[in-house]
Design a protein around this ligand. Structure first.
Ligand SMILES: *Cc1c(COP(=O)(O)O)cnc(C)c1O
Length: 430
């Protein structure tokens, strides 16, 4: 399957029925698995068998989703999680602990920002935020002896900044740390960060991957390229969790034993085992169902989004539009380079008249839904100032880049003329 085209991988990747088997990926809805003898179970506990024992540690349905995500991202292995939040959390906990330092772009998803700035800080992990537009040398200048990862989002949610992945990969390489890229809003249909040097890719599969608003989920994919044996200035291994004996597995060395699948194997065997952030088989099935049409959906999403962005950008009642696919946008060049098929389907815009006008516009929309969600087949809008960021003062909202009248829009798959007509009639009313 590796040598097939992306569309073929979407449709056939990871699960193909053999003669007499179900054509669709089966939902294996069982917590546990039966064995005839204890020796087989012992092998499972020693990670010497690919079979299953207990659904917290994986199931055939979830395995298939992980393999499909790895295939689509040009990675070597994948690990599905209960949500995008847990994907980012365990990707970092796999390689760092209290006392370590991580460098992250500032323009990231609010939930991830909170996780990094508040919750992980309480765990003793120091996440330092940087402007993603500084040079590779300036990024490297933030390195400390205990720096263990560099993090960014391909397409920042909701800032809609585009990450210069090659620059970040260069900086990570110089610092001797992996580059972790959250590819949620771009999806592998528009950008595959591993092709540009990312070591680990994370996803909230809740958004475009599922695409139909049915299942919260996440996934971590590894490139298989990072050398976890790397040492610091004193000759100590920088990633002992990956490349030194693990006491909870009789001294097993994950990197030595699992090589280019070591990162995801440890995620499953240690972090998902201990934290329990497993994806349920039903959610894996529904997400897999969504991925089968990912390529065609994204093609239509970006086509509609570009046209809607141009329409709004030319409308006299609109102050400004941020969409990296618009010529003249701050990130237009990066978008053309990293997402040549289109800059995703999420944009933000501000209606003239500030907050009151923004709220009125949303209430006048009939086809588009007000939802706390992006990446859905249905056109979705959200007014951050009165919802996700409502607890902040207007000053604090502005500091976070949230203009009081700002609306975040995720363009769906309806007929383009109908989406535009919906905005047209709503704009006429304000
Ligand atoms: C939504 C989102 C997340 C969090 O994912 P959940 O599935 O909601 O836990 C993380 N990163 C990005 C970029 C997102 O858009």
């Amino acid at each position: 399957m590796k040598n097939k085209g992306f569309e073929t991988k979407c449709v056939h990747g990871a699960y193909q029925a053999e003669s007499g088997q179900p054509q669709n990926l089966p939902i294996v809805q069982s917590t546990t698995y039966r064995y005839y003898n204890g020796q087989d179970v012992a092998e499972l506990f020693d990670l010497d068998s690919p079979n299953h024992m207990y659904a917290r540690l994986g199931s055939p349905t979830v395995d298939a989703l992980e393999q499909k995500m790895a295939l689509l991202e040009n990675g070597t292995a994948g690990m599905a999680t209960s949500s995008g939040q847990s994907a980012n959390l365990i990707a970092l906990l796999n390689i760092c602990q209290a006392g370590d330092h991580i460098i992250s772009a500032t323009n990231i998803y609010g939930g991830t920002y909170n996780l990094f700035a508040v919750t992980m800080k309480k765990m003793g992990i120091d996440v330092e935020f940087i402007d993603q537009d500084i040079s590779a040398e300036e990024i490297v200048a933030h390195k400390k002896p205990n720096t263990r990862a560099l993090f960014g989002e391909t397409l920042g949610n909701p800032a809609l900044s585009v990450l210069d992945i090659e620059k970040f990969a260069r900086a990570a390489g110089e610092m001797g740390v992996p580059l972790i890229v959250d590819n949620t809003l771009a999806t592998p249909a528009l950008c595959r960060p591993i092709d540009y040097g990312a070591d680990i890719v994370t996803h909230s599969t809740t958004k475009f991957s599922d695409g139909h608003g049915t299942s919260v989920g996440g996934c971590v994919i590894e490139s298989g390229r990072f050398d976890w044996n790397i040492t610091d200035e004193n000759g100590n291994k920088k990633y002992p969790s990956m490349a030194e004996p693990d006491e909870s597995y009789h001294g097993l060395n994950f990197y030595e034993k699992f090589g280019e699948a070591a990162f995801c194997t440890r995620l499953k065997a240690v972090l998902v085992r201990d934290l329990g952030c497993t994806m349920a088989p039903m959610n894996a099935y529904l997400t897999h169902q969504g991925l089968q049409t990912l390529d065609v959906r994204m093609e239509r999403h970006v086509k509609n989004a570009k046209a809607v962005a141009e329409y709004l950008n030319n409308h006299p009642k609109i102050d400004w539009v941020v969409y990296p696919g618009l010529e003249g946008d701050k990130y237009y060049e990066e978008a053309c380079k990293y997402m040549p098929k289109g800059a995703g389907a999420v944009m933000s815009f501000v209606v003239k008249g500030g907050r009151a006008a923004g709220e009125k516009l949303m209430e006048c929309l009939k086809l588009s839904s007000i939802v706390v969600h992006v990446g859905d087949i249905r056109t979705s809008v959200l007014h951050p100032a009165s919802t996700t960021h409502r607890q902040l003062s207007e000053e604090a909202q502005l500091a976070a880049g949230i203009d009081p009248g700002l609306i975040r829009l995720s363009v769906g798959l309806e007929t383009l003329e109908d989406i535009i007509a919906d905005f047209e009639q709503a704009l006429e009313q304000i």
